[in-house]
Design a protein around this ligand. Structure first.
Ligand code: HEC
Ligand code: HEC
Length: 103
């Protein structure tokens, strides 16, 4: 089978898409918000409107934690404990986009 110019374009496209996927998944190694006593206020705030155990399936499926509210707690408390971000830390607004809450 002869590989034509058009086929090469397709092959390269597939490789590029794969490379992007691998690149994105590699970034998922950011530390989650630790699920410990000190971070309990964060989880309480994020899940304050969480549907109860007998809420409808739809409500549970579409529930989103109140991340914007929880994020307001991060910096004041970290400042109190003198927790510094690493020097190469990416732009830090919206902490919970990167530092996931663990279920
Ligand atoms: C009530 C205080 C408090 C609040 C609120 C808080 N933190 Fe923390 N955080 C700490 C302390 C103390 C540590 C260091 C000890 C530890 O790992 O629990 C820490 C450590 C961390 C670490 C490093 C964990 C590790 O494994 O090294 C991350 C990441 C983090 N916090 C993210 C967050 C994010 C994101 C928020 C907001 C959504 C947040 N924290 C809110 C007190 C707080
Ligand atoms: C764009 C993504 C992104 C955002 C937004 C972000 N971080 Fe980070 N953060 C990282 C990465 C990447 C690292 C370094 C890798 C790691 O150890 O998690 C890091 C590291 C940290 C650490 C040190 C963890 C350690 O190793 O002890 C703390 C604490 C932290 N971030 C807190 C915060 C807080 C608080 C906010 C919000 C004000 C925030 N981050 C927002 C990506 C992000």
């Amino acid at each position: 089978m002869k590989i034509e110019k058009r086929d090469w374009f397709f092959i390269v496209l597939v490789i590029v898409i794969l490379a992007i996927f691998i690149g994105i998944s590699g970034k998922e190694k950011t530390k989650p918000v630790p699920r410990n006593a000190i971070h309990k206020p964060v989880y309480d705030e994020a899940y304050k409107n969480a549907p109860g155990p007998d809420a409808s399936f739809v409500k549970k499926t579409f529930f989103k934690p109140a991340k914007k509210d929880a994020e307001k707690l991060c910096e004041p408390c970290h400042a109190q404990y003198n927790i510094k971000l690493p020097p190469n830390h990416p732009p830090k607004h919206r902490c919970l986009f990167c530092h996931k809450l663990v279920q």
